[in-house]
Design a protein around this ligand. Structure first.
Ligand SMILES: Cc1cc2nc3c(=O)[nH]c(=O)nc-3n(C[C@H](O)[C@H](O)[C@H](O)COP(=O)(O)OP(=O)(O)OC[C@H]3O[C@@H](n4cnc5c(N)ncnc54)[C@H](O)[C@@H]3O)c2cc1C
Length: 350
């Protein structure tokens, strides 16, 4: 971890008081921020740290609000990440290094790479949210996780205002997890992320839905643009668009169980969807467990379970965060009652 000196005048911040967060979370849940600061540079963050009022306040870092359940107003100082910029930093023999600001939309970055002939991120197309939040839960989809394409990131310490640079080992990436959900939660703000796209490019086609596309189209050697288009089509067909139906994507993590637990569950239901992992454990499809408990299409109040995918909870119109949490708890209880598995929510609940 390297440290750079902090310095910035405490002025020129874009501050809003009593700002509504409804448009800033993809569930569309009602909540107001006591104070919201639009962060457009690392210098803005140092100004916040050095400000007599904001520096002392508790902080809440907000990206695209796509992994968030807001159950009340936010009394902390909301730092809304709006740092822009994408560039090809370096072309090495074995990789391209790309750098993007924390406020860049993740899908915008993936599209930019495909448009500029820089393959490697296409399997993660159409994941909502910002580049800065991508390392927080080590986003992943269709056989690739952020950690597979990660080089390093810059973050600002909210106490000292200093910039630190972290490599993959220091980020401690795991399944939907990183150091930013533990020791650095609420203490450190990611400002820039550098990605490493390996050369030569090797397509990742091992996922069932991609294998089907290869079989259906007869295109056995798709390029990155083709995979990008397939992923967008697959996702649009099965996930609700947050602009139309409020949601936060997969609501629960896929539980990982021991071989004994897996055998026990197969004994109760031989059809349970499970995948062997390299370490001998098994990953169970949380959506299948929820569906098996009869939740698909059901609602509690104005919060519901998406008709096409039981892993996605949706806002049926005017739901509160409390209604979403009540539904999530009821699902957890019934899955535990039937399978003895405790489902863990993926979004951050405030
Ligand atoms: C329809 C839909 C589909 C989805 N599909 C996937 C998927 O396929 N795979 C997947 O992994 N996820 C998926 N998600 C979840 C979500 O897109 C990701 O978790 C995304 O990375 C969240 O980004 P965000 O900017 O919206 O973060 P937010 O929801 O704003 O924040 C999430 C967390 O990250 C923290 N954070 C945000 N920015 C920063 C920063 N710059 N520095 C430090 N901390 C920060 C916040 O404080 C919060 O704790 C999906 C969500 C939706 C709505």
């Amino acid at each position: 971890m390297s440290a750079l000196p902090a310095a910035a005048p405490p002025s020129d911040l874009h501050i809003e008081r009593g700002a509504s967060l409804r448009a800033f979370n993809t569930f569309g849940l009602p909540s107001n921020a006591h104070t919201l600061v639009r962060v457009r540079s690392a210098a803005d963050l140092r100004r916040v740290v050095n400000d007599p009022e904001l520096g002392r306040a508790r902080k809440f870092v907000l990206g695209g609000g796509s992994n968030l359940v807001l159950t009340r107003d936010v009394d902390a100082c909301v730092l809304k990440m709006e740092i822009t910029g994408i560039r090809l930093l370096e072309t090495r023999d074995d990789a391209w290094i790309i750098e993007a600001g924390a406020g860049v939309g993740w899908h915008e970055l993936v599209s930019w790479c495909v448009d500029h002939g820089l393959p490697g991120l296409e399997n993660m197309a159409l994941i909502p949210g910002t580049v800065g939040a991508a390392p927080v839960q080590n986003i992943g989809a269709y056989g690739i996780e952020l950690k597979d394409r990660f080089d390093s990131l810059d973050a600002i310490d909210l106490i000292t205002g200093r910039t630190v640079t972290l490599d993959a080992a220091q980020c401690r990436f795991a399944y939907r997890d990183s150091v930013f959900k533990h020791e650095l939660a609420g203490k450190s703000v990611i400002t820039n992320v550098r990605l490493r796209l390996p050369r030569p490019w090797v397509p990742v086609l091992g996922y069932l839905e991609l294998e089907r596309k290869v079989a259906e189209t007869g295109i056995s050697a798709p390029d990155a643009r083709q995979i990008f288009d397939w992923i967008c089509a697959i996702r649009r067909a099965k996930l609700p668009d947050p602009a139309v139906v409020g949601n936060a994507g997969s609501f629960f993590k896929n539980p990982v169980v021991t071989p004994e637990q897996c055998r026990d569950i197969i004994g109760r239901d031989p059809h349970v969807v499970h995948y062997p992992l390299d370490d001998g454990s098994f990953k169970l499809a949380a959506g299948w467990l929820i569906d098996a408990c009869g939740w698909k299409g059901k609602s509690i109040g104005r919060a519901g379970v998406y008709e096409k995918q039981a892993l996605v909870l949706v806002n049926r119109g005017g739901a509160s965060g409390a209604e979403v949490v009540t539904l999530a708890r009821a699902i957890q209880e019934s899955v535990y009652g039937r399978f003895g598995i405790r489902l863990e929510p993926e979004p951050v609940v405030w």
